[in-house]
Design a protein around this ligand. Structure first.
Ligand SMILES: [Zn+2]
Length: 101
């Protein structure tokens, strides 16, 4: 589940926390994307995820979030129609679509 912002950015939602990524694909098969908590800069939250293909891996322990989850914000986004369901390998397509809007 993803939330697209008005700027065309994309955030990953996992267990009611939001993550963002530069979407730079790494690794020998270019299928690894790193996600950091959306509060990484403002709150210095260190929780991170790694996705390989369509699978998510937790790089740090989930409890490393130093703030409550953002379920309210996620509910707001879904009411506003900003929520996208997609799989990770097709994220490029999601970005292309948001540019067209
Ligand atoms: Zn966090």
């Amino acid at each position: 589940m993803f939330i697209s912002s008005r700027k065309g950015g994309l955030q990953l939602v996992h267990r009611n926390y939001m993550y963002r990524s530069n979407l730079r694909r790494q690794g020998p098969e270019k299928n690894i994307v790193y996600w950091e908590c959306a509060k990484n800069r403002t709150l210095k939250c260190r929780a991170r995820l790694k996705s390989v293909g369509n699978s998510l891996y937790i790089s740090n322990r989930e409890e490393d979030h130093n703030h409550p989850c953002e379920s309210l914000r996620i509910v707001d986004a879904s009411k506003a129609g900003n929520v996208t369901y997609s799989d990770i390998p097709s994220l490029k397509n999601v970005n292309d679509r948001s540019k067209m809007e």
